[in-house]
Design a binder for this molecule. Structure first.
Ligand code: SF4
Ligand code: SF4
Length: 182
């Protein structure tokens, strides 16, 4: 019979030898591999005690940005939701009312903005689609949780604070995108 690949093995009903029945050669073979790896340089990182440095263009947890005056940049145009291949983003738009100019930069804003982080594949297409500099992926990792509903990130969880120390700095990511740095 012609084999499909050179890695396939024919299965036989061959009786095991006495040595094979003892399993000692197989156990010693396994131990040899374990010991060999024991002295090799570790590729794993003991997170969270040790943290690996992320690249400038690491795509982590999203942030909804504000402008220099602290107003939300997002105009609820929905382009990010359309661009999202995982259909993870849902938005409810509202018209800005008189007296809310200090809250929202545009005449329309996102009253609700949700990202289902269980669907998100961190592709960054929402960021690329946004014409208003409103959404960015950051170097913050998305936290693990035990409840599925905890992965529905609401606008309150996504939008950055308006105070100076609450702002999420995305300069490195912006520069990384521009330079194509890794
Ligand atoms: S990073 Fe990709 S998958 Fe995640 S919300 Fe943005 S477009 Fe959707
Ligand atoms: S984040 Fe950007 S693309 Fe998405 S709705 Fe807001 S302005 Fe539009």
């Amino acid at each position: 019979m012609e084999l499909l690949t050179n890695r396939s093995k024919l299965v036989t009903n061959k009786q095991m030898t006495f040595a094979e029945k003892l399993y000692i050669p197989a156990i010693l073979g396994g131990l040899r591999i374990t010991i060999r790896h024991f002295f090799k340089k570790k590729v794993t990182v003991c997170y969270p005690e040790e943290k690996r440095e992320h690249s400038k263009i690491f795509r982590g947890r999203h942030v909804l940005k504000r402008d220099d005056l602290g107003r939300e940049n997002c105009t609820a145009c929905g382009l990010c939701a359309i661009a999202c291949p995982a259909e993870a983003i849902t938005i409810v738009a509202e018209e800005r009312k008189k007296g809310e100019e200090h809250l929202y930069r545009e005449e329309k804003y996102a009253a609700e903005y949700n990202i289902n982080m269980l669907r998100c594949i961190f592709c960054g297409l929402c960021e690329e689609a946004c014409p208003k500099d409103a959404i960015y992926l950051t170097d913050r990792i998305s936290l693990s949780n035990y409840e599925r509903n905890q992965f529905l990130y609401t606008k309150e969880m996504l939008v950055e604070g308006s105070e100076g120390n609450e702002r999420i700095n995305i300069d490195a990511r912006r520069t990384g995108i521009r330079d194509g740095a890794m």
